[in-house]
Design a protein around this ligand. Structure first.
Ligand code: CTP
Length: 389
């Protein structure tokens, strides 16, 4: 999966203990095919040696002008995106003031595309009014500050100031490099499985990791959309920087979706909604003994209801069919009044790869990808075309 093939990413690493996490980030970016260059400050070298960054990036580390008197200009021109992680409060304050006293800060002055800054500091240092004022200045200039996380800091204190997780940093780089055809669009997306309870600990449900839905949410964010996810039960990790609301049953999901429906431009129903629920739910754990017969009733069909209610919204559904995939999915497209349906065979469940058909009223396309994130890119691209037409 080469999502970042040949993309030119410049990483500035300043002297903080969190610098070791940036080594992992560089490894992850290279795995996605990116070309990565690293600038360090003199103090960075006290925490992580050049050899670590050189081995992981496959490029020489830049620290000063000894090898190229125009290093700041050449690096600034080369980079498509520039991330400083970790950024000490010292370096971020210097950037806010326009100071260029190291190769890193001078390159910032020579650079005019997307700059991402991920600060890391002790909580008191981070909260210092001078630092906060400088952060405000940077934000006002359009520099993107990747907020630090709360947690146990290297100084053994608990609080805000921990460098954003490498997964979050990677997601912001993908965001920065992606075109924004969905800017201003509000996307409501459901995913995961609902549970229909028999008693407090037993339920009827479906198989679903939520990975496809979460991948769609990530890609929609990279494309500039405002994304809200209503998720049932999932095992896949949640997408970073995304509003995820949790629900349990089909009825909970129905209510949550209807509440947001009026505000949405696009609704994607990826959830594996249980089709049946027990007619009665016991509020106590049922004791075993003899035969147990469950009577089930149908849950509300959320997507069909949206199809009846829709005004300007683009409605996208999913269909999992073990036979007559195309024929059955086409039927659902019509019956539920959808703009698009993604039809998948059952073998994609729990699998890394993904394949199926993307169907609209005017035709269909077959697709097959190595990963769900690549499928998500393909599907979201087609959805963005629908929003533009
Ligand atoms: N769906 C829904 N509410 C339900 C069941 C399904 O909104 N109670 C949505 C799913 O999220 C999916 C689409 O409808 O986008 C199709 O779901 P699927 O389970 O494939 O089909 P069903 O309509 O439930 O029909 P069947 O199970 O008989 O194939």
């Amino acid at each position: 999966m080469h999502l970042l093939k040949n993309r030119r990413i410049l990483i500035g690493v300043t002297g903080g203990i969190a610098a070791y996490k940036t080594a992992q980030l560089i490894r992850d970016l290279r795995k996605l095919g990116a070309d990565v260059r690293v600038i360090v400050t003199p103090f960075t070298r006290s925490f992580v040696g050049d050899m670590t960054f050189e081995t992981l990036s496959g490029n020489r580390v830049s620290a000063d002008w000894s090898e190229d008197p125009l290093a700041h200009i050449n690096l600034a021109r080369w980079a498509e995106v520039f991330l400083i992680a970790p950024c000490t409060v010292n370096t971020l304050s210097k950037i806010a003031l326009g100071i260029g006293d190291t190769l890193l800060t001078t390159t910032v002055l020579a650079y005019d595309r997307t700059l991402l800054i991920a600060p890391a500091a002790n909580t008191v240092m981070f909260r210092n009014p001078a630092v906060q004022e400088n952060l405000r200045k940077l934000r006002e200039r359009g520099i993107l500050i990747i907020e630090p996380e709360r947690g146990l800091l290297a100084c053994e204190e608990e609080g805000e100031g921990r460098l954003a997780d490498p997964e979050r940093l990677k997601d912001w780089i993908l965001w920065a490099l992606h075109p924004k055809p969905l800017e201003g669009k509000r996307i409501l997306l459901t995913c995961g499985a609902t549970r229909e309870y028999i008693d407090p600990v037993r339920f009827v449900s479906n198989e679903s990791s939520g990975e496809m839905g979460f991948s769609l949410a990530r890609v929609a964010r990279w494309m500039g959309a405002q994304v809200k996810v209503i998720a049932g039960f999932t095992t896949a990790p949640e997408p970073p920087e995304t509003d995820v609301v949790r629900v349990k049953t089909a009825e909970d999901m129905r209510r949550a979706v209807l509440e947001e429906f009026g505000n949405a431009d696009v609704v994607i129903m990826n959830a594996a909604v249980a089709d049946y629920r027990p007619l009665r739910t016991s509020d106590r754990k049922i004791k075993k003994g003899g035969k147990l017969i469950l009577e089930l009733e149908q849950t509300p069909d959320i997507l069909a209801e949206l199809g009846r209610k829709k005004k300007t919204q683009i409605l996208v559904g999913f269909a999992l069919e073990s036979e007559e995939l195309l024929k059955n999915a086409r039927k659902k497209l019509k019956l539920k009044n959808l703009d698009m349906i993604v039809a998948n065979p059952p073998e994609v469940m729990g699998a890394g790869h993904h394949k199926g058909y993307l169907i609209t009223a005017s035709g269909f396309e077959e697709f097959a990808f190595e990963s769900k994130i690549e499928s998500a890119l393909f599907i979201m691209n087609r959805i963005s075309k629908l929003t533009a037409s």
